[in-house]
Design a protein around this ligand. Sequence first.
Ligand code: GFB
Length: 318
Amino acid sequence: MELNAKVYVAGGQTLIGAAILRRLERAGYVNIVGKADEEPPPSDPAQVEAFFARTNPAYVFLVSGDSGGIAANQKYPAQLMLDNLLTECIVIDNAHRYGVKKLLYLASSCVYPRNCPQPMSEGWLLTGPLEPTNEAYALAKLAGIKLCQAYNHQHGTKFISAIPANAFGPGDDFSPEDSHVIAALIRRMHEAKNGSWEAVDVWGTGSPQRDFIFVDDLADACLFIMEQYCEKQQPVNVGGGGVYSIKELAELIKRVVGYRGELRFDRTKPDGMPLKVLDSSVLNGMGWKSSTPFGTALRATYDWFLQAGQTARPANVP
Ligand code: GFB
């Protein structure tokens, strides 16, 4: 990917898209199209087509599509599924018709079966039933992977896919109900500290385990994959390297935020997938590893929340 190549990040205003844009700019890419207000709504076919006709990007990072945490997935399955299906169909088809050299589609670790052997390697895709709390979203993400492969097969395109662990970081959605766990707990513990609450609710039993990736590391991986990964019929996992139970995570966030009260596990709320850890040996073997220590990444996320997050627009769901 030459530094003067035209690059488009579909979903440039999402957590991950914004981090990819920052990373591209830091690397010296000077020809990024569709930034900020210039980005067409990715689920509007006419505007996306006009955008591709006008700008002719050579490389596309496809990270658009609504997303949310476990509660948002249960409340808005139709919207999450529809928005993701629409944006991937529209962007992928235009990428083919306007001759994009290479496209990287970002799926999600919820594409693996609920009872997948851990850590989950790429070969386990489509081998069992999905986690019910996010089945609709996961099916849309699986469709995105398969759509890339179908275009490669039928049209000879170079559309690859990556499967990231649970991403978090500056720019995250900190809405109390619909966000993912890290943003939700940072916000709740911050409010609890300021309000001198005795206890903070943590959803579920605290025992599920997750593989978290700092969004700046994920953006770095996306550039690496765009440049180095060529396997068109097999997606590649992007794990964060560390695995934490929700209880361990809550204790860490408590320390970062400086909250001194108790943690109260709310067992009326769902746990979701019991274990979700990516096997990143393919990507690690190619020479990429996430590098930000988890504590540093949590601190950077809290710092961002203190500056901007409390007033930031909830990102991705209505
Ligand atoms: O981050 P989260 O919503 O993602 O939840 P998933 C992870 C775990 O944290 C679950 C627990 O066991 C939650 O019950 N948790 C504890 C909380 N307290 C909270 C809280 O206040 N808010 C939230 N959100 N969780 C998502 C999928 O699943 O993973 C999406 O729903 C997407 O589709 C994403 O794939 C990566 O890992 O459970």
